[in-house]
Design a protein around this ligand. Structure first.
Ligand SMILES: Cc1cc2nc3c(=O)[nH]c(=O)nc-3n(C[C@H](O)[C@H](O)[C@H](O)COP(=O)(O)OP(=O)(O)OC[C@H]3O[C@@H](n4cnc5c(N)ncnc54)[C@H](O)[C@@H]3O)c2cc1C
Length: 836
């Protein structure tokens, strides 16, 4: 009995120490105390006591004396590790070491410090940035139309190009001292978001020069001379930049590009100078056909050893004027009928002087590191913002449409079947925008969170795709017939572009998020890898020893935490007191999932080693867990930042339940497919000892979210705050908005009419072809409605007729496509057919 009690106490004591990640010294003291107690009260048989005491003394000596520990344990593990580690190329190293670790590190720690997230400042615009958004951005939105741009000009019209250049849109990230607007990442993101709610071509045209390209590369790596010359020209649009990385044989694996350059002497502006003879073949290059300045990535070689004894210098970035002799540029691709400028370019043996290399000769071969470093931040702004914009457009437009469009005498948005996609749209958008804002805020705080920006890129573009698909289903034929009245068809067609660029999504999910996350965000793995590369044996031994034993305690702690939090349903996890009461459980569950992720990641890396890189499905699911934890964190942060708006709570709850259910499924996916079935069995018992706590968001929450989308409210405004809503009749979103407001006014009047018909006060029989106007006249005469109410009814019907109409054309689509497009320039009558 005493023995059993003692062993139980021992077990609980060990779990408690592991749970708090106690230091080695605390473990040693606790074990010594346990042994002493055992001797004192005779809790264990004497022989066992003797054996345990001897084992303790040996282990304590081995572990407590660092030199002994290293010689006996760490050095052996280190040499095994060196043999196991797959060789790593410089480009892989550059990619792994790029950027910084922020909240992703906390999520990987198994015990996220929520205060760190909650204390992060709320991103805000300066007065100047807000003015720009309200004036220049709105003006630009008003000047552009997706239909006209795409079908009439096949490009932005010249006056729009000029406005973009004149107002500094191309230089938002360029500091003021170089003539740019010097905007924050958040302001940059807000601009792209709003432009994307109006015209995709405008958004991409503005986005690209502010993204990874000549401007950003010059800012970080350019020589002062290069900066002084180019940055003011880029800021004012005197130069239009593009950046060419992708080669026909090197897309996702861009570092394998065959484009090359040889260091050599050549003739430039009448002088013999040292430079590079470059040969390249690039495709898909955005703004390429109109660019005046070509940023080019190629691999540089020095076969004649003009610079030293290294021949393969590595990937290099240079700036080449598009008009330079030998540059072949100007032809266009047609990316899913989108008309932003995009095309191939090439050159053969084109000589460029060395000072065209970004950063000059010292930066030869440093191109990949430069690109990865810039991508680490930039990937979190462009696509996340443009896709949030597209999603806002869809939610605002589709929500309104679902209220004004009636079938079976009911607004379609009130059918349960439609509520489901509407709920997904609202919940997803709330989470996407939260992620966009929190990520931009982190960048403004000086972070370059490579893993979080990859997460933002992947998950925001995937959710935008889901929102657009859902929206298309809700609006039916209205989304299918193309024309100026279709507000969603263009986004539906062109959305795969977002999935493909800046890291194609499947690759990003399968290889980057967890692959990079496990190494960068893990508190010890990068230190261990660095130690294996250290050529100084003593230094390597010391560093590896520290990392290894930290890592061991980390694993034990996460094991204990996962088990304890699983058994207790995480009810006892401490949460900062200031969080909204109805979100406390989410913080607790996220902490539990964070510990489980850390444990699962270590078990996966420990048992699969380098093979995990090829087990992309497992890696993708592990990445999904990390991603969903980040998306949930951002959502909770948004809820707090916006002052815990009670009316917005359904959006937050839906988003968290959906994401937690998906995270739980991802855990299940890893465990079910784990190659070692014994470990899989144990993992399931440790991570979900009492079953899986999450189910899909309830129908009740879903209905609440759907109702928020079809009703004008402050919540709907907050959710779609970035949307441009035009007053002109050719703006389909503005039109839906007016129809929605008219419908909200008209609905109770209509209800009164129906009641009057039902109780016989009003004759409801209508002659064929007669509409509401007849009923309204009768109701007016009978004193059932006022003049204003009758007018409101008619106005609503007229607006709804405009909203539900779709464009039609002459039989010869090609020629007549221009007709409605040109019509959009001036206000048009109710419908095309009516006008005829
Ligand atoms: C409209 C548009 C604009 C662009 N703009 C530019 C630009 O301005 N500058 C520039 O340099 N490039 C640009 N690109 C190129 C873009 O970055 C590439 O298209 C992208 O890198 C993918 O390359 P790929 O199209 O050759 O696809 P591939 O590399 O052939 O990939 C095909 C599929 O395989 C998947 N895949 C590849 N490797 C793996 C893996 N290891 N595991 C799992 N899945 C994998 C990918 O995710 C993708 O789904 C643009 C492309 C487009 C379409």
């Amino acid at each position: 009995m005493l023995t059993a009690l003692f062993l139980l106490l021992l077990l609980f004591g060990a779990l408690a120490l592991a749970y708090v990640n106690a230091s080695g010294r605390t473990w040693g003291l606790a074990m010594a105390a346990a042994l002493a107690a055992s001797w004192l009260v005779h809790a264990l048989p004497i022989a066992l006591n003797l054996l345990l005491t001897a084992a303790f003394v040996v282990f304590a000596l081995a572990l407590a004396v660092p030199l002994l520990r290293r010689k006996l344990i760490s050095d052996g593990v280190l040499s095994a590790f060196r043999k196991l580690m797959p060789p790593m190329s410089q480009t892989e190293r550059d990619a792994l070491e790029a950027g910084t670790v922020w909240w992703d590190g906390e999520l990987f720690s198994g015990r996220p410090d929520w205060r760190r997230l909650l204390d992060a400042p709320r991103p805000a615009l300066t007065d100047e940035e807000q003015r720009f958004l309200d004036h220049e951005v709105d003006t630009l939105c008003g000047m552009t139309s997706d239909w006209e741009t795409t079908n009439v000009h096949k490009d932005l019209p010249p006056h729009v190009w000029q406005y973009i250049k004149d107002k500094g849109f191309l230089g938002m990230i360029i500091p003021k001292e170089y003539g740019g607007l010097g905007f924050s990442a958040f302001a940059h993101s807000e601009v792209i978001t709003r432009l994307s709610t109006r015209c995709g071509t405008t958004a991409v045209t503005v986005m690209v020069p502010n993204s990874l390209g000549p401007g950003e590369l010059l800012l970080h790596y350019g020589t002062e001379e290069q900066k002084r010359y180019y940055l003011p020209r880029l800021a004012r649009g005197i130069e239009v930049p593009c950046f060419a990385l992708t080669n026909p044989s090197a897309g996702s694996d861009a570092a394998a590009m065959p484009d090359y350059a040889f260091v050599c002497w050549g003739e430039h502006e009448g002088r013999r100078v040292l430079g590079l003879r470059v040969t390249w073949d690039k495709r898909y290059i955005t703004l390429g056909p109109v660019a005046t300045l070509l940023g080019l990535a190629f691999r540089a070689f020095d076969p004649e050893n003009l610079l030293g004894d290294k021949e393969d210098l590595g990937i290099t970035c240079a700036l080449i004027p598009a008009a330079h002799i030998g540059v072949v540029i100007g032809r266009r691709h047609m990316p899913l009928n989108a008309v932003f400028q995009n095309g191939p370019n090439s050159g053969k043996d084109v000589f460029i002087p060395m000072d065209w290399v970004i950063g000059g000769q010292p930066m030869l071969g440093r191109g990949w590191g430069m690109l990865m470093e810039c991508l680490a931040a930039g990937r979190g702004i462009s696509l996340p913002s443009s896709n949030t914009g597209m999603a806002m457009l869809a939610v605002r437009g589709v929500g309104g449409y679902a209220r004004v469009r009636t079938q079976f005498k009911t607004a379609i948005g009130k059918f349960e079947g439609i509520e489901e996609p509407l709920a997904r749209m609202g919940g997803n958008l709330y989470m996407m925008d939260a992620t966009r804002v929190v990520t931009a805020g982190a960048i403004d705080q000086g972070e370059k969170p490579a893993v979080l920006t990859a997460i933002a890129k992947y998950h925001i573009t995937e959710r935008a795709r889901q929102i657009i698909n859902d929206g298309m289903d809700v609006i039916g034929g209205k989304g299918i017939c193309m024309g100026p009245a279709n507000f969603l068809g263009g986004a539906y067609m062109q959305h795969p572009v977002a999935i493909t660029v800046e890291g194609a999504n499947i690759l990003t999910r399968s290889l980057i998020i967890f692959g990079q996350g496990a190494i960068r965000c893990h508190p010890y793995v990068l230190q261990e890898i660095k130690a294996t590369r250290d050529t100084n044996p003593e230094q390597a031994s010391i560093a590896f020893d520290a990392a290894l034993f930290g890592h061991l305690r980390f694993v034990i702690s996460n094991f204990a935490r996962t088990l304890v939090m699983g058994w207790t349903g995480s009810h006892f996890v401490a949460v900062p007191a200031e969080v909204a009461p109805d979100t406390r459980r989410y913080y607790q569950q996220l902490t539990r999932f964070s510990a489980a992720l850390a444990l699962l990641a270590d078990v996966s890396m420990g048992t699969l080693g380098g093979a995990l890189k090829r087990k992309e499905k497992l890696s993708a699911r592990l990445g999904d867990i990390l991603s969903l934890l980040y998306l949930c964190s951002a959502t909770l942060k948004r809820f707090e930042m916006e002052g815990r708006q009670a009316a917005d709570a359904p959006l937050m709850h839906w988003a968290i339940w959906d994401a937690m259910f998906k995270a739980q499924s991802a855990f299940e996916g890893v465990i079910s497919n784990f190659p070692n079935r014994v470990i899989a069995f144990a993992l399931r018992r440790i991570i979900f000892p009492l079953g899986r706590p999450y189910v899909v968001p309830s129908d009740r929450i879903g209905q609440e979210v759907a109702r928020l989308l079809i009703e004008p409210s402050a919540t709907r405004d907050r959710l779609t705050a970035g949307t441009y809503i035009g007053v002109q009749d050719d703006d389909p979103i503005g039109l839906i908005e007016r129809a929605l407001h008219a419908t909200v006014i008209a609905e109770p009047v209509e209800a009164r009419l129906r009641a009057a018909v039902k109780d016989g006060r009003l004759d409801g029989s209508l002659p064929p072809g007669a509409g509401i106007e007849v009923l309204a006249d009768r109701a007016l005469a009978a004193g059932i409605v006022s003049v204003e109410e009758a007018r409101a009814l008619l106005a609503q019907r007229e607006l709804v007729a405009k909203v539900i109409r779709v464009d039609d054309f002459d039989k010869d689509l090609g020629a007549s496509l221009l007709q409605p497009a040109l019509d959009t320039v001036r206000p048009r009558p109710v419908s095309h057919r009516a006008a005829a």
